[in-house]
Every structure is written in structure tokens, then in C-alpha cells.
Design a protein around this ligand. Structure first.
Ligand code: HEM
Length: 190
């Protein structure tokens, strides 16, 4: 097996890790949003925090392995390659916003007493910005997969990624409105 194939395999492994982590993240977020007491929220918040560590690592590996592939047979002025880099930067930036908002909520939650969440904490728990960004990221990642497979010009690739981002946000709006997100019993992962 040549080094190009190995790098492409590593590239795909990083993608699979990110998609697996995203599935767990969406599940943990849905359970967290449905939880109504401090003790119900904490384990799901903890799971989301642990899983979130996979994303920067995956992006780093996607970029490093992608850079090697470009160096081998492609050029940096190729439209779909540039779009992939834009995708990685946007995913990083959005991940930072999600992390900061979740950490601020976790701090407030830890400082709060046991029992049902206060109305203020309840509103912060069901964080629609975190939900929208998180689903948007999944949409962008699937958009980048399309861009990498289709290998088209920059403008076309950016539009494809924007459609992925928009579709992700629409999914978040649908998921946030579902009865399960509002009132389902919050099972603990423990
Ligand atoms: C979210 C980020 C990314 C995702 C989800 C992703 C996904 C993929 C996928 C699924 C393929 C396989 C396409 C195929 O074999 O037809 C691929 C190939 C490739 N990717 Fe990425 N990628 C990402 C980021 C990057 C970045 C940042 C670069 C450049 C620095 C890059 C460069 C490449 C190259 C050069 C190929 C090889 C294409 C080939 O040999 O057919 N990727 N990527």
C-alpha cells in the first residue's frame, strides 16, 4: 500500500471518529435538554464534554492528512481543497462557541442546589444556540464530504457546504420543537 492510500485511510478514519462522536453528542444533548433536575442534567453534560474532545483531534487529523494528500498530487489553489479548509476553520470556531456556552452552563449548574432546575437554569439548559451550532456542524461536515467526493470549483463547493449548514440548522429547529425535547423522562447514562 502506498503512502497516499494510507493517508487517505487515516483521513477517512478521522471522519468516522467525528461522525461517531457527533451521534453521541446529539443524543447526549437531546437527553440534557429534556432533563429537568440538576442530577438528571449533570451526567449528560459530562458525556457531551468527554465526547467533545474528539472533535478538535479529528479536525487536526483531517487537516494534516488532507495536507499530505494535497502535497502529494493536488495543488493548494484547487477550489474544493480551499473549501475543505474553510469547513475545518468554521467547524473549529463553532466548536469553541459550543464549548464556551456549555462550560458556562456547567459552572452555573454545579453552583446550584440539588433538585429541579430554576426557570433561569432551565432556559440555559435548553440552549438553542448550542443545538443549532451542533447540528449545523454535522451539516457542514456532510457538506465537506460531498465537496471532497465531487471535487468542484470553490464557489460551488462553498454553496454545497452552506446548504449542509442550513439543513443542519433546520434539523435543530425540528428536533428542538419535538415533544421529546420538551418533556421526555431524562434517563441517566449511569
Ligand atoms: C471536515 C473536514 C473534511 C472532511 C469531512 C473530508 C472528507 C473527505 C472524504 C470523504 C474524502 C474521500 C473522497 C474520495 O476519495 O473521493 C476526502 C479526500 C480528500 N481530502 Fe478531505 N475532508 C476534510 C478536510 C480536508 C482538508 C482540510 C483537506 C486539505 C487540506 C482535504 C484534502 C483531501 C484530499 C486531497 C483528498 C483526496 C482525494 C482523492 O484522492 O480522491 N480534506 N476527504
Amino acid at each position: 500500500m502506498d503512502t497516499y492510500s494510507i493517508a487517505l485511510y487515516v483521513h477517512l478514519l478521522a471522519l468516522l471518529a467525528a461522525i461517531a462522536a457527533a451521534s453521541l453528542m446529539h443524543f447526549a444533548e437531546a437527553r440534557r435538554f429534556a432533563a429537568t433536575t440538576r442530577l438528571e442534567v449533570l451526567p449528560w453534560l459530562g458525556l457531551a464534554k468527554s465526547v467533545s474532545r474528539v472533535f478538535p483531534l479529528s479536525l487536526l487529523v483531517l487537516f494534516a492528512s488532507g495536507a499530505y494528500l494535497v502535497h502529494k498530487i493536488w495543488t493548494w489553489d484547487t477550489g474544493w481543497v480551499q473549501a475543505g479548509i474553510v469547513g475545518v476553520v468554521v467547524l473549529f470556531a463553532s466548536g469553541i462557541v459550543i464549548g464556551k456556552r456549555s462550560a458556562a452552563f456547567a459552572k452555573a449548574l454545579v453552583a446550584s442546589p440539588d433538585g429541579p432546575l430554576s426557570p433561569e437554569l432551565r432556559a440555559k439548559n435548553h440552549d438553542r444556540i448550542v443545538s443549532a451550532l451542533s447540528w449545523m456542524n454535522t451539516g457542514i461536515a456532510l457538506g465537506v464530504v460531498f465537496v471532497m467526493v465531487y471535487k468542484h470549483a470553490l464557489a460551488f463547493s462553498l454553496v454545497a457546504m452552506a446548504i449542509g449548514a442550513g439543513a443542519g440548522i433546520v434539523v435543530s429547529l425540528v428536533v428542538d420543537r419535538s415533544p421529546a425535547a420538551e418533556s421526555a423522562p431524562a434517563l441517566s447514562p449511569e
